[in-house]
Write a protein that binds this ligand. Sequence first.
Ligand code: FMN
Length: 311
Amino acid sequence: MTGQTFDPSHFRNALGSFATGVTIVTTVGLEGEDVGMTANSFNSVSLDPPMILWSVGKNAMSRPAFAAAEHFAVHILATQQKALSDRFAKRGTDKFAGLTVERGPGNVPLLKDCAARFKCRTAYRYEGGDHDIIVGEVIEFDHLDAAPLVFHSGKYSALAPHRAADEAESAAFSRSFLGFLLPRVQYALFEPIKKAMQQRAIGLDEYFALSALAAKDLSMLEIAELGRFYDRSFTPAEALKLKNRGLVEPAEGDGAAMRMQLTANGHALMLELLSIGKDAEETLLERIEPTEVQALKSLLHRLVKDTPSVA
Ligand SMILES: Cc1cc2nc3c(=O)[nH]c(=O)nc-3n(C[C@H](O)[C@H](O)[C@H](O)COP(=O)(O)O)c2cc1C
């Protein structure tokens, strides 16, 4: 038979994307010895009559036993039976050493604690390239309510119900979403400042306006616009409060366009609050290497640079 030439490892990888359970197929050998091998080529074939199939590699040492066997048993492994799967996937070893087995039709060895066991009579054998396809008629079966061992992309795995997988994904996202991480950092930085503000009867919106004015003189409109990025609102009422407390004063203009500046008292208060903020930052960043702190700040600056800003 002429076949298409594939890169065998690519072909194997593509096949591996089909997730399967894992089975151990057992029988009795030509000299009465117990024979078994790990196989994931198992599949159901027919309900009536009840039939299953699997395929054995032509190079497998167990092949002659299965080629002659009248009976065999397929064991579907439970999730905790990975070690058993590994044991039966090793050629040339006594795979049954130390195992207690039961016996099925034709004296076939039966392994314990499997998710399901199908005791079969060999019905057909077909040539299948480098494998023999063996079809068995199921004579008896038993079934435990156990989670199956899974094989996918050359690795063992375990089942996760779809909803749980979605939930795990969304939980992982919530844990790593910057939108949740940054407010946690913000909380740690602002808690000490908030306490100091409470003692001085300064609200968050007022604090925000004072911080903005500590950087440069701004109009009411500019402060209100900046506030959008920090979820703060700044109204003429707050401006008046700050003015009455002697913390800000008009610099030039009037109405919404009036530019405001910090008074000497305003500057002194901001210096106090800034030093509390600096201490909070130092405490928070203590556990991080200075180079990492630098990298963190420079990355955040880059991100902030690309966000919308006040014209
Ligand atoms: C998860 C898994 C699935 C396997 N499926 C098959 C299979 O379906 N058919 C097969 O011939 N070998 C399969 N193998 C490989 C055999 O288990 C392995 O070649 C074993 O050494 C054969 O034993 P033997 O040579 O002593 O007969 C599988 C191995 C693993 C780990």
